[in-house]
Design a binder for this molecule. Structure first.
Ligand SMILES: [Zn+2]
Length: 282
């Protein structure tokens, strides 16, 4: 296993066959860690080497004594989440900017492809375009395809970076985070209209990141049962108001105690209460 060597001061990785190559990573390895394996992959013409090291560490579980250390999160389709304190992270505006650019480049690509069409043929009622030459021979099309996939990659990187930042902030701030145990695919199918933004905002990835970031710090992610009526329940008196099932109601007043509620914040507080019950803190 002496074939792979990583040097953070010189920022190089030595790999078999390839030899010594420059890398952008400068993270310092933990003392006493053991090299396990290296995986080299290629994406959009860029090469990535992933090195796996193993080390031992004692993680002491964080004691939760105060309910202030606990936070509840409710999923939000046009954002990421709403916390029990009413915080909701703002999706960075550069997403919209990159999406505009993507649209522009995609349109350019389809115009280029169209310019190579000379006619159409029909196979079993399906209209298939005929090109003047195979598209893989068209240099401009190939170049533009690379531009489009580059923009896709850029957006994916921006999203992943943002999701890591959001989950790190939560993991640093709280000792336990309570979330609803939901099936993301089911949510996307059910809310057909807003399905795109559901798949887009990456709540599932956010939860995966959050789970391991909390675990690394000896903290807990509490998953609350899926059929817990978090949005229909008044967080002040516990009255269950079935009318709130209607997703278009954003604000409501509890008929039993008269408290005004924001739909998402109320749900997040209920998720937190249920999480506290599971944790045994009341
Ligand atoms: Zn009430």
């Amino acid at each position: 296993m002496q074939f792979v060597k990583y040097d953070h001061t010189a920022q190089t990785v030595t790999l078999p066959v390839l030899g010594c190559v420059k890398c952008s990573e400068k993270r310092v390895l933990k003392e006493g860690c053991r090299f396990l394996r290296a995986t080299v992959s290629c994406q959009n013409g860029k090469y990535y080497a992933s090195l796996l090291y193993q080390y031992e560490e004692d993680i002491r579980p964080v004691q939760i004594t105060d309910e202030k250390q606990v936070c509840g999160l409710d999923y939000k389709s046009d954002g990421l989440y709403v916390s029990s304190k009413g915080e909701c992270p703002h999706m960075p505006h550069y997403f919209r900017k990159a999406e505009k650019k993507l649209l522009h480049e995609q349109r350019k690509l389809s115009h280029m492809i169209e310019s190579h069409i000379t006619g159409y043929k029909y196979i079993e009622d399906r209209r298939i375009p005929v090109y003047d030459r195979p598209l893989y021979e068209c240099r401009n099309v190939q170049k533009q395809r690379a531009v489009v996939s580059g923009v896709h990659e850029h957006i994916a990187n921006q999203r992943s970076d943002w999701l890591h930042k959001c989950s790190k902030e939560m993991a640093e701030k709280y000792s336990a985070v309570c979330v609803e145990n939901m099936n993301m695919k089911e949510v996307a199918d059910k809310n057909f209209g807003i399905g795109k933004s559901t798949m887009d905002n990456g709540y599932g990835t956010f939860l995966t990141n959050l789970a391991y970031k909390l675990e690394d710090r000896g903290k807990r992610l509490v998953r609350v049962g899926r059929y817990y009526p978090s949005s229909q329940r008044c967080c002040t008196c516990g009255y269950v108001y079935p009318v709130i099932k209607d997703l278009s109601i954003r604000w409501w007043t509890c008929p039993a105690c008269g408290t005004d509620h924001n739909r998402d914040v109320n749900a997040a507080i209920n998720i937190k209460h249920e999480g506290l019950r599971i944790l045994g803190i009341t």
